[in-house]
Design a protein around this ligand. Structure first.
Ligand code: NAP
Length: 235
């Protein structure tokens, strides 16, 4: 039996990933910062719920204790994430970037991944086939964002892509440090969720595809990779 925790799974890509992994036979914990939203989502799917705000050390530690007491963890999906949006759903550019905005985005997208991974690491290391999936972005790719021919090039935001580039580096370093664990970064693709005011061009079913696939890789699968549904992406 595989036990999986998905952070930020009360809606969007996390919720769809939970639905699919439950169908595949996983025991799934919906991690959500809001107990009401999390419980409702878990009830709808027949999943477990654990309160977990990735920016709150105490809540992350308490969640790890709960999951440990219930029997441990095999798969961790670091999915919770935020993007800064301004009025009319616009993305603020470099001129608007402040240290405070950068810190807020990093607190969730980067420090959140580290908080959760660090807290659940002892549980994962006890699993026979531990897997970590870090939900990154195509905007994490320095190669893509700096290539004028790439669709990612015109994106003006700084905090969000910088945070996801950092998630990619975390992925590489965790993968090297824990060779018994499969640790990968995935790009779901531009998906209609609340994150982007539902402007994404893919459905959550399409977006969750690569998250679900990388959550189910075995001990022979890749580690330290950065992939989307089509294959490996350039760093
Ligand atoms: P979403 O629908 O806005 O979902 C984000 C989830 O993260 C929500 O459940 C949200 O909870 C949760 N969350 C935010 N801050 C949190 C915190 N401090 N603690 C715990 N949970 C928190 O967006 P999504 O598109 O599904 O995003 C999921 C992941 O995919 C993110 O990492 C995002 O960067 C990545 N991604 C998305 C796209 C895309 O086009 N949509 C593309 C590439 C990568 P609340 O409901 O409480 O706010």
């Amino acid at each position: 039996m595989t036990t999986t925790l998905i952070t930020g799974a009360n809606k969007g890509l996390g919720f769809e990933t939970a639905r699919r992994l439950l169908a595949a036979g996983h025991t799934v914990y919906i991690g959500a910062r809001d107990a009401e939203r999390g419980r409702r989502a878990a009830e709808r799917l027949g999943a477990r719920f654990v309160q977990l705000d990735v920016t709150d050390e105490a809540s992350v530690r308490a969640a790890a204790k709960t999951v440990e007491a219930d029997g441990g963890l095999d798969v961790l999906i670091n999915n919770a994430g935020i993007e800064q949006r301004g009025e009319n759903n616009t993305v603020p550019g470099a001129a608007e970037l402040t240290a405070d905005t950068l810190r807020a985005v990093f607190d969730t997208n980067v420090f959140g991944v580290v908080r959760v991974t660090h807290a659940f690491l002892p549980l994962l290391r006890r699993s026979a086939a531990p897997v970590v999936v870090n939900v990154s972005s195509g905007l994490a790719s320095l190669s893509k964002v700096s290539d004028p021919a790439d669709p990612a090039h015109p994106y003006p935001g700084v905090a969000y892509p910088a945070s996801k580039t950092t998630v990619n580096m975390l992925t590489v370093q965790y993968a090297k440090a824990f060779p018994d664990m499969r640790v990968n970064a995935v790009e779901p693709g531009f998906t209609a969720t609340d994150l982007n005011g539902r402007t994404g061009t893919q459905t959550v079913e399409q977006g969750a595809e690569i998250i679900v696939r990388m959550a189910q890789i075995g001990p022979d699968g890749p580690t330290g990779a950065y992939v989307d549904a089509e294959g490996t992406l350039p760093w």
